[in-house]
Write a protein that binds this ligand. Structure first.
Ligand code: B12
Ligand code: SF4
Length: 440
């Protein structure tokens, strides 16, 4: 029986050690989904390195490695070890897709983008000839008839309170820094609502009360979202997702979303300066509306998480200090920050490269905690220093208590209050180890 080994690599911490955790809080969906596309005559093993050790002496015929952001560097190390042992090594996922020419130098095969057609073809090639092609690139134009992901591969592991579900892929916007925009070019493929509901029911059947809708901007199709929420409501599940903040502007939709069990949403607020937002090709996002939007969302009962970027051409030490004040003043329960990272393949990277403003191509450094380009108004070293200043301030005990413990909106939902506190202290530990705060 042929065997495929899926490996989701972890990343390195500042001290040179691999990031490890006791459990996986937010697993990705790619491998459980690909496992469901694997013919039944194949043996499957999934290793998620943040909790699992990798046995390099495995007898797997094919080793399939994920490539998410800077964790790709670790993925390439793993690839090298397996190749030394004569295994066929395949890579897919965002980084391998965007930088496929580079990835092809290190592995036997690269799968570009969506793998629903490519992956079964690759397995078939192996069964037919014992080899795989160097590149598979078969785009898909609809997201129908997807199998139920092999969630059992996740539930066998130490896992947190939620499983991932996907309603669609892509995004209708094309922000210059975003890998989604780079790969999907403004397209958003939606799955039939009933198929999404089928997956949520499966999550529920497995004993989970909560799921994470991993879409990037579910609000971009209000009609679809309404229908989805109406069908989620009777399942009495709690859910979280991420979307554009103008959900706040549609009171009817917000209520439907909230009533369907959504209690946590992450919003790409990006910056408190309109010039900075505009420079990221996100002109529809209005900085002067942030505070009002956040208030509406928080009062609706949704716990607000924000994603912000520092290091645009408009950032200064002062604007970063004001960013801290903004987070504190608005009592944002779960804030996250990244240094602007021009990921190779994105419009932003192209433009900074042309201007001679990229400082390095070393992927290890593209982790969102270091400045890898030359911003206009602040030195790269100073920006990195201010990034840690900001995180240390935001995840100080004083700030956590102010934003979370003394946050009236959260008191209405004690479970979310406890969850937000736990996440903040988790991030605090990460910041001390100089790791990007994230819910691994
Ligand atoms: C869930 C998630 C996480 C989780 C789980 C991570 C994990 N390691 O599994 C957490 C929160 C931990 C996380 C962390 C990070 N993430 Co993340 N994450 C996501 C998210 C929201 C969903 C991923 C998912 O499950 N998608 C659903 C599946 C079905 O789609 P897919 O992954 O594209 O997979 C399909 C194909 O790409 C392909 N495929 C994917 N992998 C492979 C591998 C092989 C071998 C093959 C053949 C095919 C294949 O097959 C699938 C079916 O078609 C995506 C955004 C998104 N919508 O995808 C961001 C995203 C992937 N993350 C991103 C980033 C940057 C990160 C971080 C680097 C952030 C940071 N600075 O710390 C870290 C890296 C963590 C790590 N060590 O890997 C970026 C990737 C950018 C890039 N160029 O690589 C994305 C696109 C978000 C964004 N908008 O920029 N992430
Ligand atoms: S709205 Fe979000 S997901 Fe969509 S392109 Fe912009 S940053 Fe990417």
């Amino acid at each position: 029986m042929p065997k495929i080994l899926f490996v989701q690599p972890t990343q390195y911490a500042e001290n040179g050690k691999l990031c490890k955790q006791r459990k996986i809080n937010l697993p990705g969906l790619a491998f459980p989904l690909l496992a469901a596309y694997t013919p039944s005559n194949w043996e499957i093993e999934l290793l998620i390195e943040v909790v699992d050790e990798i046995n390099f002496d495995t007898e797997a015929d094919i080793v399939a490695i994920g490539s998410m952001g800077h964790a790709t560097f670790r993925g390439l190390e793993i690839a090298t070890e397996f190749k030394k042992r004569g295994r066929i090594v395949v890579m897919g996922g965002y980084m391998a897709s965007i930088a496929y020419k580079e990835a092809m130098k290190h592995v036997d095969s690269v799968v570009i983008g969506d793998a629903e057609i490519s992956y079964p073809k690759m397995l078939q090639d192996y069964e037919d000839s014992g080899t795989v092609k160097p590149l598979y690139n078969h785009p898909i134009y609809e997201l129908k008839n997807l199998p139920i992901p092999r969630y059992d591969l996740l539930t066998q592991k130490k896992i947190g309170a939620m499983l991932p579900v996907q309603a669609g892929r892509g995004c209708t916007y094309t922000c210059s820094f975003c890998s989604i925009a780079c790969l999907y070019e403004g397209k958003y493929l939606f799955r039939p609502v009933d198929e999404v509901i089928r997956d949520i029911e499966e999550v529920k059947r497995l004993g989970f009360k909560r799921f994470y809708l991993i879409d990037d901007n579910i609000v971009s199709n209000p009609k679809y979202l309404k229908e989805l929420c109406r069908k989620i409501t009777p399942l009495k599940m709690k859910w979280a997702s991420q979307c554009a903040i103008h959900l706040a502007k549609n009171a009817e939709l917000l209520k439907i979303v909230r009533d369907s069990g959504c209690d946590l949403m992450s919003f790409g607020v990006e910056s408190i300066q309109q010039d900075a937002i505009d420079s990221l090709d996100k002109p529809w996002l209005k900085a002067n509306e942030h505070e009002q939007n956040i208030k509406i969302l928080a009062q609706s009962g949704i716990t607000v998480s924000t994603e912000m970027i520092i290091g645009t051409d408009f950032d200064t030490e002062d604007s970063i200090r004001e960013t801290y004040d903004f987070i504190y003043r608005n009592r944002i329960p779960i804030p996250r920050f990244y240094i602007l990272t021009p990921v190779p393949g994105t419009e932003l990277h192209k433009s900074l490269k042309e201007q001679g403003r990229m400082l390095t191509d070393d992927l290890r450094l593209f982790d969102g905690t270091r400045c890898v380009h030359i911003p206009n108004k602040i030195d790269p070293e100073k920006l990195t220093e201010m990034y840690w200043w900001l995180n240390n301030k935001v995840f100080s005990v004083k700030s956590i208590f102010h934003r979370v413990l003394f946050n009236r909106n959260l008191w209405r939902n004690p479970a979310m209050l406890m969850f937000s506190l736990a996440i903040n202290f988790h991030y605090r530990r990460y910041v001390r180890r100089k790791i990007t705060p994230n819910i691994f």
